[in-house]
Design a protein around this ligand. Structure first.
Ligand SMILES: NC(=O)c1ccc[n+]([C@@H]2O[C@H](COP(=O)([O-])OP(=O)(O)OC[C@H]3O[C@@H](n4cnc5c(N)ncnc54)[C@H](O)[C@@H]3O)[C@@H](O)[C@H]2O)c1
Length: 311
């Protein structure tokens, strides 16, 4: 019987589905006990991870029977895809299964930061009445959102934004300006400089690559509109966190939401501590009850298919 090891959390129904067919070890905290994990890989045929288990040469050397790695998410930063290919180990991401969770996060934080009115609970409960200070919030309707990256999540975000009456522009040099997606979704392709200069909300939907590292640096932030909002659900390292902190403190930007960071978790030295109008979340934009179910079922089904093909 094939053996499956799951080293991070997975929806229980999907784990049961795998258990009905294979010898499954579900150990959602094993990611934090690297040596123990490596020792347990000797007989494993399929490994299922999220974004914390480092699937590298060391791990592959400890797993001589490994045939497939299922990724409960999309980004493959924690997986050495080339080393897997060299060993003929399939790598299967859950493409698309958490896109709606991310797109909703982008719209929710955009509206929250444009409006600027939702952080007064304590003051109102204490009998203060900060009405004048909170009376100049802005609507999302009619605003321009600029999407850097127009793949799966970028496109879904565009559709949700249009539902709110927002105009959408996007920059994606890998997608030809004559590609039907632009017309079909009524999104205008633009250069990066135009996007940063024109948008009321800039949202990032690109992978972290040598080209995208530090893409949002002090110069690009300086080009943004006074009072614009920046959302990063893509990957840490794309935004210069010190430059962003400075722009929020100066009031150049009205707000920012970051779900991903150059170092996760943040350290005590992070420039993002005590910065105004900043929403920080611990890499959960794509993680909801619903997306966890979709991602887990999709990966369970693909692992079953792959192991059956190898049988
Ligand atoms: N925070 C979370 O929980 C979470 C969840 C899911 C995905 N993500 C991240 O969101 C990002 C987008 O995911 P996706 O599923 O839409 O990926 P995708 O592959 O469908 O789309 C990415 C797009 O970026 C474009 N691109 C690549 N380099 C570019 C560049 N230099 N400038 C502009 N565009 C460029 C590609 O052409 C592609 O269309 C990824 O980084 C992914 O890891 C985060």
């Amino acid at each position: 019987m094939s053996r499956v090891l799951i080293t991070e959390f997975m929806d229980v129904a999907a784990v049961r589905k795998l258990q009905s067919r294979f010898d499954v070890t579900y150990a959602p905290n094993l990611v934090d006990a690297r040596n123990e994990m490596l020792e347990g890989l000797q007989q494993v045929d399929a490994l299922i991870v999220r974004n914390r288990t480092q699937v590298n040469a060391e791990l592959l050397a400890a797993a001589p029977r490994l045939k497939v790695v299922g990724r409960l998410g999309v980004g493959l930063d924690n997986i050495d895809v080339k080393a897997c290919a060299d060993r003929s180990v399939d790598v299967i991401p859950a493409t698309g299964a958490n896109a709606l969770s991310v797109a909703e996060y982008v719209l929710c934080t955009s509206m929250m930061l444009l409006r600027g009115a939702y952080l007064s609970t304590q003051a109102v409960a204490q009998g203060k009445w900060p009405r004048p200070a909170l009376s100049n919030g802005r609507e999302a309707g009619g605003k321009l959102i600029g999407l850097v990256g127009f793949g799966g999540i970028g496109r879904l975000t565009a559709q949700l934004a249009q539902g709110l009456g927002m105009q959408v522009i996007a920059h994606d040099p890998m997608l030809d300006s004559s590609a039907p997606e632009w017309n079909d979704l009524r999104v205008r392709p633009v250069g990066l400089n135009e996007l940063f200069t024109a948008a009321d909300v800039v949202s990032l939907h690109i992978p972290l690559t040598p080209e995208t590292r530090n893409l949002v640096d002090a110069d690009r932030i300086a080009r943004m509109k006074q009072g614009a909002v920046l959302i990063n659900t893509a990957r840490g390292g794309i935004v210069d966190e010190s430059a962003l902190a400075a722009a929020l403190k100066e009031g150049k930007l009205a707000g920012a939401a970051l779900d991903v960071f150059s170092q996760e978790p943040l350290t005590a030295q992070s420039p993002l501590a005590n910065v105004p109008n900043l929403v920080l979340t611990p890499h959960i934009a794509g993680v909801t009850t619903e997306s966890n179910e979709r991602v887990s079922v999709l990966i369970a089904e693909k692992i079953i298919e792959t192991l059956n093909n190898h049988a």
